[in-house]
Design a protein around this ligand. Structure first.
Ligand code: SAH
Length: 403
């Protein structure tokens, strides 16, 4: 694992900028490669070709991420393979559990010091992993904690896949109270804009959906990719032979407001972005999910519900209303419940299927990126990286899809 030295303080650069580490590419990991690629990697290291399948079966089939736990491998082989195929990509910094163990949030430090989050959510019939696709995010949505910090870097395929394999292992250990032990769904609703890291996200989806031992063997239909609406990438996704669910973070049905709430709207307007979403639905036969964070007195007016209803009427789409989880220092708040109910009623009256996201507790650190943001503050104050800490808080909230 390589960590670059902290950039020395420059008198012209404010401290907050001076201590930021320069992002670097992570080391290669077996999850970056398909089975053929793993075969040539192991033979290149002087190991027999069958080792590729052996370590793949451990990693994807048995969810073993630590090479030292792959005890049927000779010690000399383990020593050879660890650096080139099983380096540590994710180091846990904090884990929070809540909802009596049904929700677990992990803050990870990557090899270059960047921080990302993943969340595991258990339900009576399913377990869902919410994963990050980038460290930070460049989309700058003003209500989102991740958007405030800007983009650090794209995650590699393996950094994405390893979050899922770790969470699948947690689920398999029976740690998610009241849920089946098999992780069945993945949503790209953690940190980052998945379609801004397009090739790696698509390859991660393929790795997650290819049967073991090459991949994790999840169903494509149980994977949701969420986007702010990068139209060219959405069009590219339509051309892929994939049947993942697409979620579109709309948050406003009119360009005036959406230009502010989702700044990328200044480039691709509501009509254009909805067209791309409807074309995706037509191509895949899968209903698109329109995400709409309800913000008090900002986007929750009855006329906006009616306008959204008209835009979506008769389309293969449903609306997922999200009570806003205010970020620290934000001037915005969630809409009152009666306003939320009226908004949903108007959409349903327009014939649009509408659900309200289950937010699992309200008070702290929950919105996307808040855990990472608070950790940066702690690390900056201490001048050192925090150790791993497991905390249980009943009010912890996962700001993630609840499919
Ligand atoms: N960049 C992608 C995926 C990450 S965010 C996207 O925007 O779709 C996942 C969802 O959570 C998005 O719909 C996002 O708009 C929403 N979200 C972000 N911050 C939020 C907050 N503070 N309260 C409620 N929803 C929020």
């Amino acid at each position: 694992m390589t960590t670059l030295p902290v950039i020395p303080t420059d008198p012209d650069i404010p401290d907050a900028v001076a201590v930021r580490r320069r992002p670097t590419l992570p080391p290669r990991h077996l999850a970056d490669l398909d089975l053929a690629g793993r075969r040539s990697a192991v033979t290149g290291l002087g190991e027999p070709a069958f080792r590729a399948k052996q370590i793949s079966t451990h990693y994807f089939g048995r969810l073993v991420r630590d090479i030292d736990a792959m005890t049927d491998l000779p010690a000399a082989s383990r020593a050879r393979l660890i650096d080139d195929l099983l380096p540590t990509l994710l180091t846990p910094v904090r884990e929070l559990a809540c909802d009596d163990g049904a929700t677990r949030k992990t803050l990870w430090r990557l090899h270059d010091g960047a921080l990302v989050e993943s969340v595991l959510m258990g339900y009576p019939d399913r377990v869902t992993a919410c994963v990050s696709s980038q460290a930070g995010c460049g989309m700058a949505c003003p209500f989102c904690a991740t958007g405030q910090a800007g983009l650090t870097r794209n995650l590699s395929v393996a950094e994405i896949v390893d979050q899922v394999v770790y969470l699948a292992g947690v689920a398999a250990s029976g740690a998610v109270t009241g849920s089946p032990p098999r992780l069945s769904r993945v949503v790209f609703m953690g940190m980052g804009e998945p379609l801004a890291n397009y090739p790696r996200v698509i390859e991660a989806v393929r790795r997650l959906t290819t049967p073991a031992p090459e991949g994790l063997g999840l169903s494509q239909r149980h994977i949701t990719v969420s986007t702010v609406g990068l139209v060219p990438a959405m069009r590219k996704l339509i051309a892929e032979d994939l049947s993942v669910t697409l979620a579109l973070s709309l948050h406003a049905p009119d360009d005036d407001l959406r230009d502010e709430l989702v700044p990328v709207n200044q480039r691709w307007k509501v009509a254009e972005v909805l067209d791309a979403a409807f074309d995706y639905a037509a191509q895949t036969g899968r209903r698109v999910s329109i995400e709409y964070a309800l913000i008090r007195d900002v986007n929750d007016q009855p006329w906006r519900a009616d306008l959204l209803g008209r835009l979506l009427h008769g389309k293969l789409a449903h609306v997922n209303l999200i009570p806003l989880n205010p970020t620290p220092g934000s001037r915005w708040d969630a809409s009152p419940k009666p306003v939320e109910r009226e908004f949903a009623r108007r959409l349903r009256d327009a014939g649009v299927a509408t659900t309200v996201r289950d937010t699992r507790g309200r008070e702290i650190d929950g919105a996307c990126g808040q855990l990472a943001a608070s950790e940066v503050t702690v690390a900056d104050a201490d001048g050192v990286a925090a150790g791993t800490e497991v905390t249980r808080r009943s009010s912890e909230r996962a700001e993630c899809e609840t499919q």
